[in-house]
Design a protein around this ligand. Structure first.
Ligand SMILES: Nc1nc2c(ncn2[C@@H]2O[C@H](COP(=O)(O)OP(=O)(O)O)[C@@H](O)[C@H]2O)c(=O)[nH]1
Ligand SMILES: [Mg+2]
Length: 512
């Protein structure tokens, strides 16, 4: 034999882990304890509901026959007070349209209670938001008993007031999409609550109780409570409380705005990555152009040097002096360009950071953004790489220093080329002097200079390409890791969300 209350307890236990990790405000333990307690406690709770000043507290006092509940013209409490009465529990709430924190107390209590004693003050009965709340409750399948609290003496006025409220209920039903059957289940009675209280306090003064409408009310209300207080209602009450307090907050949390932050983060990470890939390509081309340009500027110097030098060692050192500064310039140039790329990366990411700080940012977004933020650098590329280490870019340690080493000696290769060619050239020059006919055989000066420049251009170009590629590859790889992590987290969230939905529908299926 299945016991649905045991099944609900199981449902709570099984879902606890996934609910706990996604429940807002980390209140899971207290909510869990509260729901478990509710499962064990089968006292029917009746929540007094209505505008403040409607006469809720006065009605409670009339019911318990004592002035225990605080009656006040101004809303004074933001707590829910409990009064035991006839084996039921009456809950006095601050009411609708009370100050905002009082109203919140009422809203929280609604989630926990199935049975409502709705008090409407005569004269208030066409207030629009009162009905909005009433119909919200009808839609949540709450059991509702309406007391129209009036001070009318004339019988025909009483009838008119009563009819008016019935008319409004039927009229609004279609507006709120509620069936006529649901409306018919609502009990409506009118009563002068204050007179009823006076009668109760005066030793149950028969005329006062009769005249106020209390006598009729208490008979109908008692029957209504008895019919309401059954296992089916108890079960649907606890199920609804579990849904409201356990699943809905988690589902709301998981479907709230966070998604857009995550989507934007992904877009941003991908944009940054594309930017890096594009810059990587264009920087290599720009670097080679820059080297060509610099070499062109010293072409005639090289030519003069080759022509005027008669000693090989002298040629070496002179060429070295001309070509080495290009390496220095290139190093500065690449540093600056890479710095600019990182500054671009930083601008976009810090905009992202500002945005996500404004919203409900989760830890992983925080981490991703901070991680990227750390890659930001002033104008010194070395700092990027030092911080890149903090960002755990694998193998980045010392990479810059190592790559920098590659600049050195590049000029030397060009010089070696020059030396080899110069040998032939000077040989040819000697022959040339001796034999004008053999002039054509000699390597032309033009060719030597050109070959020197080509060698320098190729070697410097390669090393620039290597530096740009390696460094930006490391950053592209870091972005790729972030993208993978965000997507993995997203999948994880999706799975958790599905689990919560599954547990929620399991709960819905529980019954006798
Ligand atoms: N004249 C009159 N005053 C009432 C009636 N019911 C409540 N009150 C007064 O309205 C004020 C608020 O009543 P209370 O029961 O505290 O309303 P609650 O805010 O709904 O709990 C008190 O001053 C009551 O004396 C009524 O039927 N007639
Ligand atoms: Mg009150």
């Amino acid at each position: 034999m299945r016991n649905p209350f045991v099944e609900i307890a199981q449902n709570l236990n099984e879902s606890k882990r996934v609910v706990a990790t996604n429940h807002p405000n980390h209140q899971v333990d207290s909510v869990y304890a509260e729901l478990k307690e509710k499962l064990d406690d089968n006292t029917l709770q009746v929540m007094l509901y209505g505008a403040y000043n409607a006469g809720k507290s006065t009605l409670i006092n009339a019911l318990i026959g004592q002035e225990k509940a605080t009656v006040n013209d101004i809303p004074t409490t933001d707590t829910v007070d409990y009064y035991d009465w006839n084996g039921y529990r009456l809950l006095d709430t601050p009411g609708v349209n009370a100050p905002i924190d009082h109203e919140q107390t009422t809203i929280e209590q609604i989630k926990r209670t199935q049975v409502m004693l709705f008090v409407i003050r005569e004269g208030d009965q066409d207030s629009k938001d009162l009905y909005q709340r009433l119909f919200e409750m009808i839609k949540l399948n709450k059991k509702i008993f309406i007391v129209l609290n009036h001070q009318l003496t004339n019988d025909s006025d009483k009838v008119t007031a009563y009819q008016k409220i019935i008319q409004i209920l039927c009229h609004k039903a279609s507006e709120y999409g509620v069936s006529n059957e649901s409306i018919q289940q609502i009990k409506v009675l009118s009563m002068n609550v204050k007179t009823a209280l006076t009668g109760r306090l005066k030793d149950n003064h028969p005329q006062l109780l009769e005249r106020s409408g209390y006598s009729e009310f208490i008979e109908v209300f008692d029957d209504w409570l008895k019919s309401t207080d059954n296992q089916d209602n108890q079960l649907s009450g606890i199920k609804s409380a579990v849904d409201e307090l356990w699943y809905k907050p988690v589902i709301n949390q998981m479907t709230s705005g966070d998604n857009t932050v995550r989507d934007e983060l992904l877009t941003n990470l991908r944009n940054n990555k594309n930017m890096l890939v594009n810059r990587q390509r264009s920087l290599v081309v720009e670097a080679r152009n820059m080297i060509s340009h610099e070499l062109m500027l010293i072409k005639s110097d090289i030519s003069n040097c080759v022509q005027s030098t008669s000693d090989q060692a002298q040629l070496d050192s002179q060429l070295q002096r001309m070509i080495d500064p290009i390496g220095d310039k290139l190093e500065t140039w690449v540093s600056q360009r890479l710095g600019e790329v990182n500054a671009l990366l930083n601008i976009e990411v810090s905009a992202r950071l500002q945005q996500s700080l404004g919203s409900n940012n989760t830890a992983y977004i925080d981490k991703a953004v901070k991680g990227l933020g750390n890659m930001a650098t002033p104008d010194n590329i070395k700092k990027v790489l030092v911080q890149g280490r903090a960002f755990k870019i694998p193998g980045l340690k010392g990479r810059w220093e190592k790559t920098l080493g590659k600049w050195a000696g590049k000029g030397a290769i060009a010089v070696q080329v020059a030396t080899a060619l110069w040998d032939v050239y000077s040989e040819g020059k000697k022959q040339d002097e001796q034999n004008v006919q053999e002039r054509q055989a000699a390597v032309s000066l033009y060719q030597i200079v050109d070959d020197i420049c080509l060698a320098a251009k190729r070697d410097y170009g390669n090393v620039a390409e290597q530096v740009i590629t390696e460094i930006l590859d490391a950053q592209i790889c870091a972005l790729d890791n972030e993208i993978t992590e965000v997507i993995a987290k997203e999948n994880q969230t999706q799975q958790a969300f599905q689990q919560v939905l599954d547990y929620q529908s399991q709960l819905n299926l529980i019954g006798y």
